[in-house]
Write a protein that binds this ligand. Structure first.
Ligand code: TEU
Ligand code: CA
Length: 541
C-alpha cells in the first residue's frame, strides 16, 4: 500500500440536518435530543461518522449557516449539555461526530460584527472586509451566491462590507492574524470536547482577494489551512473535509495529500454540476451519462496515489438523487439502490444524506409560497425581475431547490411522518405514508438494507477501500461499469443507468456480492441488465 491507512478510509459518513431529523420535544424543530434517540437506528445502518450540520446559535437567515455564537448551541436544538451528552453517547455506538465549521463568514448578529460595525476604529473592525464607496455604487461587481451584489452599505460608518452569501452573513477577513487565532481557539474548544473532526463550509473561499475579484482558491488559502493544521488538527487523527466548489483534482491534492498536512479530503462538485448549463445551477440541462463516467473516472484516477476522494450524491444543498438521476416513480427502489451501488463501489469515503438510505424523494411545490430557502426565494425574485417566465423559473426551482432535501425525515406512517407531534417547521413530503423508516426496516429488500450491506462490505473488504479503479465499456451510453483490483482480487461493478433492458459482453463469470434484483446473470459473456439493475461481482476471468 502506498500510503498509511487511516480510520476514515473505510468509514461511511451520515449527514444529519438537525432541523429536519427528529423532534424530541414537539416544538416542530428537530433537535440534539432527537438525534440521541435515533443513535440505535444509525448504528444499525452501520455508519461510523455523523456529520452534523450547524447547531450553533444562529438567527437562521440561512438555517444555521449564519452563526452568532460558535461556543453555544441554538435553543432550537437544545443546550450545550445536550451536545456534550451526544458527543459522549455516540462512542457507545461506535460513531464519531464531525461538526460543521462555518468560518468563511459569521452572522451579522455575531458579537464580532456588532463591534466591527460600530466604528471604524473598533478593534474588531478588521475582522471583516470593508471598502469605501459612494453608497449607491458598490466597490466592485462581485456577486453574492444568493443573488445581488456581494457588498452591503452600512450607514453608521459609511462603508460597504463583503458578504458572499446573504447580507446577514458578513465575510470574515482571514488576513487578520488575531481573527485566525480566535478561530483556532474555537476549533480547539470543540476538539477538546471530543468531536471527531470538521466539515468545513466553503473553505476554499477564505483566501479571497476581493480587489482582484478572486473568490475561490486565493493565493494564501493553503497557507491558512496549514496554519490551521499546526494550531488545531495536528496529531489529533481527525476526519476533516473541506467543501470546495472550485476544486479540480490538482487542487484537491493540495488539500488532501498526506504530506501537505491540510485536510483528509474535500467535497468536489464537478459531477453535481453536470446537469446545468454554465455557472448557473438554475439553467437546467439533462445529464449525459458519458460525462458522468468521464468526471468520476478522472477523480478516481487522479487521486489514486495522492489525496483521497469523498463520494456523495446528496447533501442539504442538493435535490434528492433518486428524483434527480434515478426514477422516483415506477423504479424508485431499483434506481435508488443502483445509485447507491454505483457510488459505494468506488474508492473514497462515502457520505449518505439523511433519508437517502430510504429513498426519500423531492417534494412537489405548487408556487413560490411553498419554498422556504433564501436561495430559492432570492433566485425567484431575481429571475422574475429579469423577465423570465414564471413557469420556467418554478421548473428550475422544483428541480434544484435545496428545500427538496430539507423536508422532515420520514420515520413512520403516522402524522407528520413521526418526525414531530407538533407542527413541523417545514412541509412533510406527503409520500411518507409509503416511504418511511418503519416500512424500510420491515422489508428485507428495502433500500435501507442495500445501504447497510454496502457499508458492511466496505468494512470487510480492503478491495472496496483500496482497490484500483478502472472504467470499462467507456462508450456504452446506458451502462456504467468499472472494475476494482486489489492484490489477487478483481471486482466488477456494473449498473444500468436507465429503465430499458440492456446487454453487455465481458469475459468470465461473476460471483454476485450484491444486486438490486433476484437472479442477476452470472455469465458475463452474455450479460443482461434489467431496468436500473446494478450488481457488484467478484470477477472470475
Ligand atoms: O454551501 C456553499 C454554497 O456555495 C452553496 O450556497 C451553493 O452555492 C448552493 O447551495 C448550491 O445550490 C455552503 C452550505 O452548504 C450552504 O448550506 C450554505 O448556505 C452556504 O455554504 C453558506 O454558508
Ligand atoms: Ca425540538
Amino acid at each position: 500500500m502506498s500510503k498509511k491507512q487511516k480510520w476514515w478510509h473505510n468509514a461511511v459518513v451520515y449527514q444529519i440536518y438537525p432541523r429536519s431529523f427528529y423532534d424530541s420535544n414537539n416544538d416542530g424543530i428537530g433537535d440534539i435530543n432527537g438525534i440521541r434517540k435515533k443513535l440505535p437506528y444509525l448504528e444499525k445502518l452501520g455508519i461510523s461518522v455523523i456529520w452534523l450540520s450547524p447547531v450553533y446559535c444562529s438567527p437562521n437567515d440561512d438555517n444555521g449557516y449564519d452563526i452568532s455564537d460558535y461556543y453555544d448551541i441554538s435553543p432550537d436544538f437544545g443546550t450545550l449539555n445536550n451536545m456534550k451528552a451526544l458527543i459522549n453517547e455516540v462512542k457507545a455506538h461506535n460513531i464519531k461526530i464531525i461538526m460543521d465549521l462555518v468560518v468563511n463568514h459569521t452572522s451579522d448578529e455575531h458579537k464580532w460584527f456588532i463591534e466591527a460595525k460600530s466604528s471604524k476604529d473598533n478593534k474588531y473592525r478588521d475582522y471583516y472586509i470593508w471598502r469605501s464607496g459612494d453608497k449607491n455604487t458598490p466597490p466592485n461587481d462581485l456577486k453574492s451566491c444568493f443573488g445581488g451584489s456581494a457588498w452591503e452599505y452600512d450607514v453608521t460608518t459609511d462603508e460597504f462590507y463583503l458578504h458572499f452569501f446573504s447580507k446577514k452573513q458578513p465575510d470574515l477577513n482571514w488576513k487578520n492574524p488575531q481573527m485566525r487565532q480566535d478561530i483556532w481557539d474555537m476549533m480547539n474548544y470543540w476538539i477538546d470536547l471530543g468531536i471527531g473532526g470538521f466539515r468545513m463550509d466553503v473553505i476554499d473561499l477564505i483566501g479571497k482577494e476581493v480587489d482582484l475579484k478572486i473568490k475561490e482558491n486565493g493565493p494564501k488559502l493553503h497557507e491558512y489551512i496549514q496554519e490551521m493544521y499546526e494550531n488545531t488538527l495536528k496529531d489529533k487523527d481527525l476526519l476533516t473535509v473541506g467543501e470546495c466548489w472550485g476544486a479540480n483534482p490538482d487542487i484537491a491534492k493540495l488539500f488532501s495529500a498526506e504530506n501537505r498536512h491540510e485536510l483528509s479530503m474535500v467535497f468536489q462538485f464537478e459531477h453535481i454540476m453536470l446537469d446545468q448549463n454554465g455557472e448557473d445551477k438554475w439553467n437546467l440541462k439533462p445529464l449525459d451519462l458519458l460525462e458522468l463516467k468521464r468526471v468520476f473516472t478522472k477523480w478516481q484516477t487522479e487521486l489514486k496515489n495522492e489525496g483521497w476522494n469523498s463520494l456523495f450524491w446528496d447533501n442539504h444543498d442538493l435535490p434528492r438523487i433518486v428524483s434527480r438521476w434515478g426514477n422516483d416513480k415506477k423504479y424508485r427502489v431499483e434506481s435508488a439502490k443502483m445509485l447507491a451501488i454505483l457510488l459505494h463501489g468506488m474508492k473514497g469515503t462515502p457520505y449518505i444524506y439523511q433519508g437517502e438510505e430510504i429513498g426519500m424523494t423531492n417534494i412537489d411545490f405548487n408556487g413560490i409560497e411553498d419554498f422556504a430557502d433564501i436561495e430559492a426565494i432570492n433566485a425567484y425574485k431575481e429571475r422574475i425581475s429579469l423577465g423570465y417566465n414564471e413557469k420556467d423559473v418554478l421548473k428550475s426551482l422544483r428541480a434544484k431547490a435545496r428545500d427538496n432535501a430539507r423536508t422532515p425525515m420520514q420515520w413512520n406512517d403516522e402524522a407528520n411522518a413521526g418526525f414531530t407531534k407538533g407542527k413541523p417547521w417545514y412541509r412533510v413530503n406527503p409520500n411518507y405514508t409509503q416511504i418511511n423508516v418503519k416500512q424500510a426496516l420491515a422489508d428485507k429488500n428495502s433500500i435501507f438494507y442495500c445501504y447497510q450491506k454496502l457499508i458492511q462490505m466496505r468494512k470487510e473488504n480492503p478491495i472496496m477501500v483500496y482497490g484500483d479503479y478502472e472504467l470499462l465499456l467507456p462508450e456504452d451510453k446506458n451502462i456504467y461499469a468499472y472494475k476494482r483490483t486489489y492484490q489477487d482480487k478483481t471486482w466488477l461493478i456494473i449498473c444500468n443507468f436507465y429503465e430499458h433492458n440492456v446487454e453487455f459482453s465481458l469475459n468470465g463469470t461473476g460471483k454476485i456480492l450484491i444486486s438490486n434484483y433476484e437472479n442477476s446473470c452470472t455469465d458475463l459473456t452474455k450479460g443482461k441488465l434489467r431496468p436500473y439493475e446494478a450488481i457488484i461481482y467478484e470477477w472470475i476471468q
